[in-house]
Write a protein that binds this ligand. Structure first.
Ligand code: SAH
Length: 234
């Protein structure tokens, strides 16, 4: 069973983009996941293929029309489609590694990319779109956000990453940021690799890494410590 992504966008040329290269690109070629893009403009109903209009109540910018978007969604995701329908949106719930894991374990995702000021609220409600944010900043469109989400999901699909262990030891997987990494050379501009890492003592190395991870998380993301799933031993 492969992960089926359908992306609704005014800029299908942006896909697969970065996801056509490296691990994600190889997995796409191998059929581990599939990517369909749907041009929202194809569902416009007038001669000028209009997808947006001025905001009700006035104000700057344009709003994506509910009727056009609904038609595109119904085409990409007919009733009975088991895939979650996501709308990339700065107002959404921030994307987490936990949600990424859930998505990767499911059949795929239908992803709507907004443009302009955003989309008419009524289509969000009528098509039960789950708003997902990739961070507290504003992008010019949902496409880069969709690429970010898909990148995070695809690398978790079975067979995509050679070394499955490295996925489990990463930042966020255990409620902590990851410990620092080192590799050769032994000395770089007067800086040595910490002794413990070349000691060969795996217990000590694991303890050092855990302590570094805790220290880093305390410094940079104390909010994560409050949310850690379980207290860390030793
Ligand atoms: N006026 C809106 C921002 C619109 S930005 C507001 O203030 O909330 C245009 C589109 O870019 C959005 O519809 C959304 O699809 C996408 N976008 C922008 N920032 C995003 C973010 N942080 N996460 C996910 N999508 C985002």
């Amino acid at each position: 069973m492969s992960f089926a992504a359908s992306v609704l966008t005014l800029y299908p040329e942006m896909f697969p983009g970065a996801l056509g290269l490296s691990l994600a690109g190889r997995a796409l070629e191998a059929g581990t996941w599939s990517l369909e893009t749907v041009q929202i403009r194809d569902f416009a109903c007038d001669r000028h293929r209009t997808v947006d209009d001025t905001p009700a109540g006035g104000g700057a910018g344009m709003v994506m029309r509910a009727d056009v978007l609904a038609k595109a969604i119904d085409h990409a995701s007919p009733p009975g489609d088991p895939r979650p329908r996501l709308l990339m949106s700065p107002r959404g719930k921030p994307l987490t590694q936990a949600r990424v894991r859930e998505l990767a374990a499911g059949p795929g995702a239908v992803i709507v990319c907004g443009r302009f000021e955003g989309v008419d609220q009524r289509v969000i409600e009528a098509r039960r779109l789950e708003e997902v944010s990739v961070g507290d900043f504003i992008l010019s469109g949902g496409e880069p956000a969709a690429l970010v989400l898909l990148d995070a999901v695809v690398r978790l699909l079975p067979g995509v990453m050679g070394n499955a262990v490295s996925g489990e030891e990463e930042s966020f997987e255990n409620g902590l940021l990851e410990h620092p990494h080192y590799t050769r050379p032994q000395e770089f501009e007067g800086r040595e690799i910490p002794d413990v890492l070349i000691s060969g003592n795996h217990k000590k190395i694991a303890a050092w890494r855990r302590a570094e991870a805790q220290k880093l998380t305390q410094e940079r993301r104390p909010d994560l410590l409050g949310a850690a799933p379980q207290p860390l031993v030793k």
